[in-house]
Design a protein around this ligand. Structure first.
Ligand SMILES: *Cc1c(COP(=O)(O)O)cnc(C)c1O
Length: 356
């Protein structure tokens, strides 16, 4: 066996379960319950009719996809970086910008990949406690020496939004360090920091096709920021792997962006179903903050999070539970279709009535 010090040891991210073979209502990884835009299927079909296209390397800059995004968001292609899901994009941000040796700051309760990337890239970091109601205290990110800041907004797994004026204060208070705003859930009713990329050269906004565009299986994410920052990210990316974006995902992603009406329709439906489900949870005595994402993060005073998760699983419903300090009694329940959420609500009523 090779010597231990030859190995980059790290503790990997634990993703939510992808059950095989069992039929469950799957509400544990925040996927979209609806299919992607109809144009996605058509684009993939026309690609499959001409497989010779796969003979060549794909466009290194993923130009059709980048151009479609630029047009959709009213920015220039030089302000966009695309990658293999926002996990790849965020990881490239960490590698490119968190290079100072000073600690990177992010909340104690947030997306649990941030500390994993920090560990694997040997980036020092400091977690900053959220308030008890899971809101961010802006002042904690002002006047604290740091090597960069990462904020998921709305936050995961809490669903709580930090108002844009607070995000602005954090960006303005750290002009010499990069602020990443991870907007994986922004399309479900929160306000995006995207307009601020024109004002600040220390801001990167990251979004994904996995949730609001119903394309988790295709793996597409993107960062938006001023051209200097995007250029630096591309230099690092092209130093690791030039051809990350394959032709099917460029093709499918472009078709998804082009159908704004469908995007508005499915995100609107998810918001409506979420609000109705939250009303139900409230009636049942759950404790939660109103979510701005495609999930609800809630606890019930009479049950531990682990027991409630098990009771739902027995009834064929899969949700996410984090056995972590401060949040071990909460469940993160993805918003599915109206029918699915009605089933979840009636399962929860039965569990509360029967005690298990
Ligand atoms: C889902 C998620 C991502 C990553 O999604 P990809 O599928 O890699 O695009 C990033 N950040 C947060 C907060 C998420 O919840």
């Amino acid at each position: 066996m090779i010597r231990e010090d030859n190995i980059r040891r790290t503790t990997p991210y634990t993703a939510g379960e992808q059950p095989k073979g069992v039929k469950l209502i799957k509400l544990n990884t925040n996927e979209n319950p609806y299919p992607p835009a109809p144009g996605v299927g058509e684009a993939l079909k026309s690609l499959s009719e001409d497989p010779a296209k796969l003979r060549l390397y794909p466009d290194m800059d993923a130009s059709p996809l980048v151009d479609a995004l630029a047009e959709e968001y009213g920015i220039s292609p030089e302000e966009i970086f695309v990658g293999i899901g926002s996990d790849d994009v965020l990881s490239m941000c960490f590698l490119t910008f968190f290079n100072s040796g000073r600690p990177v700051l992010f909340p104690d309760i947030t997306y649990s990949f941030y500390d994993v990337w920090a560990e694997v890239y040997r980036i020092p970091f400091k977690t900053v406690p959220l308030r008890d109601d899971f809101t961010i205290r802006t002042e904690d990110y002002l006047g604290t020496e740091n090597g960069g800041i990462v904020i998921a907004n709305p936050n995961a797994p809490t669903g709580v939004e930090l108002p844009l004026k607070e995000i602005r204060k954090i960006i303005e208070g750290n002009p010499e360090n990069l602020v990443i705003v991870d907007e994986a859930y922004v399309d479900f009713g929160a306000e995006s920091a995207l307009p601020l990329i024109k004002e600040y050269d220390n801001l990167i906004v990251v979004q994904t096709f996995s949730k609001s565009r119903a394309l988790a299986g295709m793996r597409i994410g993107y960062a938006m920021g001023c051209p200097e920052l995007i250029r630096a990210m591309k230099d690092v990316k092209f130093s690791v792997n030039s051809y990350t974006m394959n032709l099917p995902s460029i093709t499918a992603g472009t078709a998804a962006v082009r159908d704004r009406a469908y995007f508005m329709e499915i995100t609107g439906k998810i918001i409506d179903v979420r609000e109705r489900f939250e009303d139900e949870l409230e009636e049942m005595g759950f404790d939660f903050a109103r979510s701005r994402a495609n999930f609800v993060f809630a606890r019930h005073p009479l049950f531990s999070g682990a027991d409630l998760k098990d009771a739902l699983r027995k009834r064929g419903i899969l949700v996410r539970h984090f056995a972590k300090p401060r949040i071990e009694d909460y469940l993160r329940i993805t918003v599915g279709t109206r029918e699915e959420m009605e089933e979840v609500a009636s399962a929860l009523r039965e569990i509360i009535r029967s005690g298990s």
